[in-house]
Design a protein around this ligand. Structure first.
Ligand code: FES
Length: 68
């Protein structure tokens, strides 16, 4: 079976961006960020203590994206 490697990004309402598939994550200086899972949640509320990944802080802060 050939696995579809096309990455996808889903914006979760009031939450992170879910990135699925093979992508390369880097810091602003170009340093690679280790990705241990094929699906990662990227913080977009700015409150995570493990940026760029979501740690669930958006829930307690009642972060709202305005998405449906
Ligand atoms: S989106 Fe989840 S901690 Fe920021």
């Amino acid at each position: 079976m050939i696995e579809d490697e096309t990455p996808t990004i889903v914006a979760c309402p009031d939450g992170p961006l879910l990135v699925r598939g093979r992508v390369e994550l880097t810091r602003p200086d170009g340093t690679p960020i280790e990705q241990r899972r094929r699906t990662v949640a990227l913080c977009r509320c700015g409150l995570s203590m493990i940026k760029p990944f979501c740690d669930g802080s958006h829930k307690s802060s009642h972060f709202r994206t305005g998405d449906e």
